[in-house]
Design a protein around this ligand. Structure first.
Ligand code: COA
Length: 173
C-alpha cells in the first residue's frame, strides 16, 4: 500500500469510496458508480482482496476488469485501488467524506446496517451513503453471474462484454 496511516489527503473535491470484492464487476456495480459520480466529484473504487470469499479472479484481474469498464472521460474522476485493512482508515486517508453502498433488496439491509454502524463507530468523519440499485439489476450478484456462466448460461448484458469474455475463458479451462 502506498498511503501513510492516519494522514488525510488534502482535497477540496467531494470524494466517495465504493468498496467491494468485484469478483467480477457487474452492471449493477457500474450503475451505482455512475450514479455516485452524479453526486461526488470523485469516486475511489476500493477493491478488497477478500480471501474469505476465495475469489475466482485474482486481485490484478479484478482491478483490470474495472479499469476496462469505464470510458476515458469517466476515468478522470475514478480511481481504482486495492484496499487492505480497515475500510474506514483507507477512506479517511483518501480524504473521502462517504462510503457508498448499493442496496438491492431488504435482505441486504441487516448486513449493510451492521457494517455502516460499525464503520461509524470506528470513524465518525466518514458517512455511509446508500443508493438503491436500479430495478433492472436488483436480482444480480457476482456469485449468481459466475454460477450461470459456469454452467454455460447466457450472461450477456449483466456484465460488460469484456467480463463475459473473461468468464468464458475461465470456465473453458
Ligand atoms: N449490483 C449487483 N450486485 C451487487 C450490487 C449491485 N449494485 N451491490 C452488491 N452486489 C453484490 C456483489 O456482487 C456481491 O456479490 P457476491 O457476494 O456474490 O460476491 C454482494 O453483493 C456483496 O458484495 P460487495 O458489495 O462486493 O461487498 P463485499 O461483501 O464483497 O465486500 C467489504 C465487503 C469489502 C466492503 C467489507 O468486507 C469491508 O469493508 N472490508 C474491509 C475490512 C473492514 O473494514 N471491515 C470492517 C467492516 S465493518
Amino acid at each position: 500500500m502506498t498511503y501513510e496511516p492516519f494522514i488525510a489527503e488534502e482535497t477540496t473535491d467531494t470524494v466517495a469510496v465504493y468498496p467491494g470484492t468485484f469478483d467480477p464487476i457487474t452492471m449493477g456495480h457500474i450503475d451505482i458508480i455512475r450514479r455516485a459520480l452524479e453526486i461526488f466529484d470523485r469516486v475511489i473504487i476500493a477493491v478488497a482482496r477478500n480471501p474469505a470469499k476465495t475469489p475466482l479472479f485474482s486481485l490484478e484481474e479484478r482491478l483490470q476488469m474495472i479499469r476496462d469498464s469505464f470510458t476515458s472521460e469517466e476515468d478522470g474522476r475514478i480511481e481504482i485501488e486495492a484496499v487492505e485493512g480497515l475500510l474506514v482508515d483507507f477512506a479517511y486517508r483518501k480524504g473521502a467524506k462517504a462510503i457508498v453502498r448499493g442496496l438491492r433488496a431488504v435482505s441486504d439491509f441487516d448486513y449493510e446496517f451492521q457494517m455502516a454502524l460499525m464503520n461509524r463507530r470506528l470513524e465518525r468523519e466518514v458517512e455511509t451513503v446508500f443508493l438503491m440499485t436500479a430495478f433492472r439489476w436488483i436480482y444480480i450478484s457476482s456469485s449468481i453471474i459466475k454460477d450461470a456462466a459456469r454452467h454455460g448460461g447466457d450472461i450477456s448484458g449483466l456484465v460488460p462484454d469484456h467480463v463475459c469474455e473473461r468468464l468464458r475463458e475461465k470456465f473453458l479451462r
